[in-house]
Write a protein that binds this ligand. Sequence first.
Ligand SMILES: [Zn+2]
Length: 358
Amino acid sequence: MPVPAGPYAIPVVRINVGPSRTHRMSAGCGNRFRRLGRLPSVIQTVEPKGVGNVSASRRQLLSGAMLTALTGCGARGPGGSRRGGPPAPAATGRGRPGSGPVDGPPATVFAGRSAVSGLPSRAAIVARYGGLAPHGWGLHLPGTVSTLPSADKVLALTFDACGGPGGNGYDHGLVTTLRRYGVPATLFLNARWIDANRPVFAALAADPLFEIGNHGTRHRPLSTTGRSAYGIPGTRDCGEVFDEVAGNHARLTALLGTPPRFFRPGTAFCDDVAVRIVGELDETVVAFAVNGDGGATFTPAQVTSALLTAPAGAIVIGHLNHPGRGTARGVAAALPRLLGAGFRFVHLPAPTAGSRLR
Ligand SMILES: [Zn+2]
């Protein structure tokens, strides 16, 4: 597919890394996760010293990669469908993926919470968080998750599908490779990408190898003050943060029959108040420890190198919406070597109720 212009420019970005913090996480992630091995119960966010534990070449890769646009995402401007406002009612029970309703009237709200989903209403979020000033902005903030709670040779692969103009592609080769090796992954899907790839979405959602995460409604950096990342305007206030998270939360809940547990903002940038709002909506912000494809700009060799040098316990970010880039070939070269070296691949562990910031 053609390479979209613009969003792949590499800007100068100041990364605001929060203080060290640990979060309680449960040891399991359902039957599938338990089959893959039990993990300790503490998960940590990435800190500068975490980067310092790796080799010079690794540090160079990490620093460069973290400053590389995560806009494999291709969402500049207001392209794509607008799905603001309160979420549609969530389906109950476990439905067949792709068969449930998507749009509907706003959920009835009682005492600030939806009578259907049990989540806070938009008005309740605005009332609670609208007066708070954020103190952090970046890729790795307290309350976000970047690593697995294990010192074993385990990695968690995550791939984003960002949607919108230039971002609705599907990397069939990448998914075929993951299936060939039986490697699980968490797929962060944007509402616009789901709209454009409904049959593919249904197939991915039905495959137990993959967990589906929320990659936002309009693919905006998650800001409560309108901050931008890579030239992409962020959400402007707490109400828009709610819209960005809850819109696709309701959509995924309706399609999957169960709500998504994990959220990754468009561009992965967020502020600390927004992180708390995501927690209110029963999702956890997932960052990353290793940038696996530089926003789908890496060559296959660079992707392979990023994976082969990933430290144990890393959450790796890549993209599944840019076939023809280096991601699929780089992953295909790395997986057999990592498996041969004794690495295991796991889903993200389920957060406990107390792990989310509220
Ligand atoms: Zn994205």
